[in-house]
Design a protein around this ligand. Structure first.
Ligand code: PHE
Length: 345
């Protein structure tokens, strides 16, 4: 028998045209080109024909094979590109994109910048000092005697490593920012006015109000005729700018080896306005910073001529200020890196 190739061509064309997806066109391909397909049957049939008919018939089958192979390939490409175009249509370009949140400054950095900028407006420069200090700068030059308890190994982190240039220099992690006073005065002559923000270290057990590392801001102003009233005026302006005009202040006599006279500064609790609440432990007052007039022994240590200058100095704890300002009850929150806390500021 022989096949009617024209009819076969027409039928196969129609089937290929009707195939709507990859599955259907694959079914058509198997029907014709598969191992048990039409083409296989045609080739098998060839062997039943008389020898002289075979070349002619074989040519027709090959031609038929080539035509439908090409048609099927074209149809497949067509289906794939249509499907792609279809999925493009599903892309809704009006949907808002994925937002990649950008971070913001840590609340302690914000406090430091706010405080420093208040002092910059008052004419102070911002300086920094190293966290690894000499025992001389941290204690001796600040008139802190050798037997003072804060010099004890339990209250200061001493470093084993000695300064390679001088075997007699003991190094430590500064326990306050006051050694920066020494560095600044050794480098500059008065008049000078600087604030120094930075980290300080003390071997305290960590709890809600203590950490082995925290931040301070040191202030130093030295000139020919600086008075205690300048200190009071300066800190009054500063604290009112930071906490609001309404707060009241008081200077309580205190002792620091490197200032004389010395005072601690309290502000009326700006939360309860002096009534007494949990932030001020019902006292109505918040202890906020230490200050005083630079001790003559400190001027002596930095080599300033005797009696020529007077100065004021102050120091404050950044964590404590921030906790008071924002009603934060646990210092550990600053360092735990919990986004839920940090995001609030
Ligand atoms: N260095 C003091 C402290 O850490 C604070 C202070 C600084 C007091 C400057 C007076 C003058 O407690």
């Amino acid at each position: 028998m022989t096949f009617d190739y024209e009819t076969e061509k027409q039928n196969s064309r129609q089937k290929i045209a009707e195939a709507a997806d990859i599955k259907q066109i694959e079914a058509v391909r198997l029907e014709y080109l598969g191992r048990k397909g039409k083409l296989a049957a045609m080739y098998a049939n060839l062997t039943t024909l008389p020898i002289e008919q075979r070349p002619e018939e074989g040519k027709k089958i090959n031609e038929f094979r080539d035509i439908i192979t090409q048609l099927i390939e074209e149809k497949k490409k067509d289906i794939v590109s249509k499907e792609r175009r279809g999925s493009l249509k599903q892309l809704d370009v009006t949907i808002p994109g994925v937002a990649h949140p950008i971070g913001h400054k840590h609340i302690l950095t914000q406090t430091i910048e706010e405080i420093c900028s208040i002092f910059e407006q008052l004419g102070f420069a911002v300086e920094e000092g190293p966290e690894i200090e000499t025992e001389f700068n941290n204690f001796t030059a600040l008139n802190i005697p050798a037997d003072h308890p804060s010099r004890d190994g339990f209250d200061t982190f001493y470093l084993k490593q000695q300064d390679p240039s001088d075997k007699n220099v003991n190094l430590l992690l500064r326990s306050h920012t006051s050694p920066a006073q020494i560095r600044i005065m050794e480098k500059h002559k008065p008049p000078l006015a600087v604030v120094v923000p930075g980290k300080v270290y003390r071997p305290d057990a960590v709890d809600a109000s203590h950490c082995f590392m925290f931040h301070q801001i040191e202030g130093l102003l030295v000139d020919a005729d600086v008075k205690f009233s300048d200190l009071k005026g300066l800190l009054t302006v500063f604290l009112k700018r930071l906490f609001g005009e309404k707060i009241k202040m008081r200077f309580r006599p205190h002792f620091f080896p490197f200032t004389e006279p010395s005072a601690e500064v309290d502000i009326s609790c700006y939360i309860c306005e002096g009534e007494g609440c949990s932030v001020c432990s019902r006292k109505g007052w918040l202890e906020i910073m230490g200050c005083g007039m630079v001790h003559p022994e400190v001027f002596k240590a930095v080599g300033y001529p005797k009696g020529k200058y007077t100065g004021l100095a102050f120091g404050l704890g950044v964590e404590r200020m921030t906790m008071l300002k924002h009603g934060i009850r646990d210092i550990r929150l600053f360092f735990e890196n919990d986004i839920r806390f940090l995001e609030q500021f």
